[in-house]
Design a protein around this ligand. Sequence first.
Ligand code: ADP
Ligand code: MG
Length: 340
Amino acid sequence: ESQLNPNYSFENFLEGDSNRLARSAGLAVAAKPGGTSFNPLLIFGGVGLGKTHLAHAIGVDIKDKYPEKTVLYISAEKFTQQYIDSVKKNNRNDFIHFYQIIDVLIIDDVQFLSGKSGTQDVFFHIFNHLHQNGKQVILTSDKAPVDMQDIEQRLLSRFKWGLSAELQNPDFETRVSILKNKLYRDGVEMPEDIVEYVAKNIKTNVRELEGAIISLIAQSSFNKKEITIELAKQIVEKFVKNTKREVSIDYIQKIVSDYFQMDVDTLQSKTRKRHIVQARQLAMFFAKKFTKASLASIGSQIGKRDHATVLHACKTVDNLSSTDKQFRKYVEDITKKLSV
Ligand code: ADP
Ligand code: MG
């Protein structure tokens, strides 16, 4: 049992600027599993952007081209559970052996292994064995390896051996083609302007985009109403309201520097003056808390610092807010300003 979902195919994975690199790397791996430098292939990106779909697509395509190869898809969570069970039942070696004879191993959401050192250890050995024998490993994660936390260094360095390819938010054109493809497959007709209206207004991720169109179809068929732009507006409004608006890093820097009555340039400057350093650290902390940006990207946007500086800032803010009353007040005040 490969656990692959045939609907998650390459054919159904629409191409756009946001996924071109990851998609073509996936195709290359599927053409020559274990035979490219993309080993492991690590696909990373935010929720609902197609990581699971693309990971399946690679597996489905390999199974199609090389029926004799054993391909296995498993979530990191299930992998962890299986490992724990094997330890309980005293058959850890069988567990390892099972994974070492697979030709193509696909592990979804490896960020789940964070802090789980036993599972990381066993995965490290399985990974080395597969890699040494020219077998293909495909991983997905919500973050790039540099931003992963509580994963052992030796495993992180393996993750970086091959290619890390990001899935980004699709642009308008790609969102339209994803919706049209979905409607076509479901045999539903919808006026062009309504499709475009939905694609224009739901920008969060592909899962939400599909969710909105599914609600729209369901609403119209339950209530025997025609799919109109008014109905589309109602549904889109609900979706936009329910997904919390993401504040931008620029906005956070503006709010924090206003609060301390300094300007953004000062907040970003290289100075070591304590109150400025603290303002900068707070901006980094809130960027981590309120946006999906990676530590590296937060650092580069807040005064060109590296990811380690951002990580340090987040820890400092955590510490200070539990030991320093005045500081805690800053955090609470700014949180309120950012939450309106
Ligand atoms: P993730 O694993 O990154 O959270 P999924 O792979 O579950 O995201 O994708 C969410 C939904 O969006 C799925 O139904 C998937 O088929 C769809 N999807 C994502 N990207 C694309 C794409 N490029 N083309 C078509 N459908 C897509
Ligand atoms: Mg997924």
